[in-house]
Design a binder for this molecule. Sequence first.
Ligand code: ATP
Ligand code: MG
Length: 296
Amino acid sequence: MAEKKLGAKDLARFRVEDGRGFRLAEHDPGETHGLKSKDEAQELLAGGVQALARYQERLAAQDRWSLLVVFQAMDAAGKDGTIEHVMSGVNPAGVHVTSFKAPSEEELDHDWMWRHWKALPERGRIGIFNRSHYEEVLVVRVHEQLLAAQKIPRELVGKKVFEERLQDIANFESFLARNGTRVLKFFLNVSKAEQKKRFLERIDQPDKNWKFAVGDVRERAHWDAYQSAYEDAIRRTAAPHAPWYVVPADKKWFTRLVVAAAIEAELESLDLSLPPATPEREAALRAARAELEREG
Ligand code: ATP
Ligand code: MG
């Protein structure tokens, strides 16, 4: 490939900002955009990682925007490794990763968005959701008994409950966008065959055993239900201010490259220039300098 990085044009293939008519089946988990190997991608990825570090510094210095990055995927699609690699150059103080598991008793005593609100990034920071509010229309949709555990007054839970939740999510994300939080959502699209291969590796290689949860195989049995829940979620919540990226995830090196490039492109699109110094500020700086010099 001739370009030095994946640009907006290359990324358009994976970016969904209008969900109407979106079909997951049109996205190939094995695609690598003409790149043939990890080695070929190495330099591109390194460039992306460095660019993120630079932009993050500006984001913090400007202290106006924040960025929320959501990762959703089937098990073993590579969420953790992607977060680790893509963020490897960024100052840890500027990034906060929250992993969302099954809700606790305390969390179930609140509405389902509560814990997500609390974890949103402050201005100037990048927040990463490793799983997210989307689980409420994914795992909870696939296993409806989870809904019953949520203590919502019965008469409020009707046939359209997931449609309503998707609307609430879209509204939540519009709200964030209007208040200075950019929202980027990544679906790491792994194939069923590749997931099986990764599960077998986790079982067979002692140093990977810890990554394997027996329950993951049970979830795999609901593969089709998950795929259609993902498709519907993307259809109803993709927007220009909160796009989804459907990222091919059968080749981990390619996943990382796309994610890094997409975050880079998003930060690049923000005006991260610093506010010009005011005369008062300049005078204060001169006075501070003079005071330091008087120390001798
Ligand atoms: P890993 O790659 O380490 O397995 P993971 O994200 O799968 O990462 P786990 O601790 O294995 O982490 O799983 C978290 C589980 O919590 C998932 O099965 C997910 O579906 C579940 N979960 C997340 N949010 C909710 C929710 N709102 N309601 C019910 N279950 C949830
Ligand atoms: Mg898991």
